[in-house]
Design a protein. Structure first.
Length: 194
């Protein structure tokens, strides 16, 4: 099995497990009642970032609705540094990151345009809280390409980040359009695995 197939299979297993856990009603479990599997329309949308151990800037961000894979995008995190406790250079720590904000017109100092902000989370060693983490690209606030390097996507080197999950501009726009479709909807979390 090649590494791409392995990542897809692992992502499908993760999405399936997440869908099953989210579908189980806590009250029904407490009473020992049988819980029916979720209907496809009731299945949650899951966003999974699968870090590539060989090259963190060539990782994958996948969208699942229940167990169905809807999209996979190339994404990067960090500056090829696998230390998730390394501030401003290490990749995103594994775990379940709550989505705090989503907007196509973010206007931060460094990040502009299409952006999904994640809640803060401690790194794996617990020595540092990773803050100001996003899923984003390089663009102007209105989503257009800028003229400076920080606002203009120049190619594979732009998948490097200070730890955020970074997509090319075309892919992040496609992902927003996908989440805005009624049959998909927005996820509430980003699951990071490696």
């Amino acid at each position: 099995m090649n590494s791409s197939s392995g990542r897809r299979l692992r992502g499908a297993v993760i999405a399936s497990a997440a869908a099953t856990v989210l579908a189980l009603a806590p009250a029904a479990l407490a009473q020992g009642a049988a819980v029916a599997p979720p209907k496809p329309a009731d299945a949650p949308t899951t966003l999974v970032f699968d870090k590539n151990q060989s090259d963190p800037t060539d990782s994958r961000l996948s969208v699942f609705r229940g167990t169905k894979l809807w999209a996979t995008y190339r994404a990067g995190s960090g500056l090829k540094d696998k230390d998730d406790c390394a501030r401003a250079r290490g990749w995103l720590p594994n775990g379940n990151w709550k989505i705090k904000l989503k907007t196509p017109t973010y206007n931060g100092n460094l990040i502009k345009g299409y952006a999904i902000q994640l809640e803060d989370m401690k790194c794996s060693k617990g020595t540092l809280t990773r803050t100001e983490m996003f899923i984003h690209s390089e663009m102007n606030r209105d989503g257009s390409a800028g003229s400076t390097e920080r606002r203009r996507w120049d190619g594979a080197g732009d998948y490097k980040s200070n730890g955020c999950v970074k997509l090319n501009p075309t892919d992040i726009k496609k992902m927003f359009r996908l989440f805005n479709r009624e049959e998909i909807g927005w996820p509430t979390h980003l699951r990071v695995v490696s």
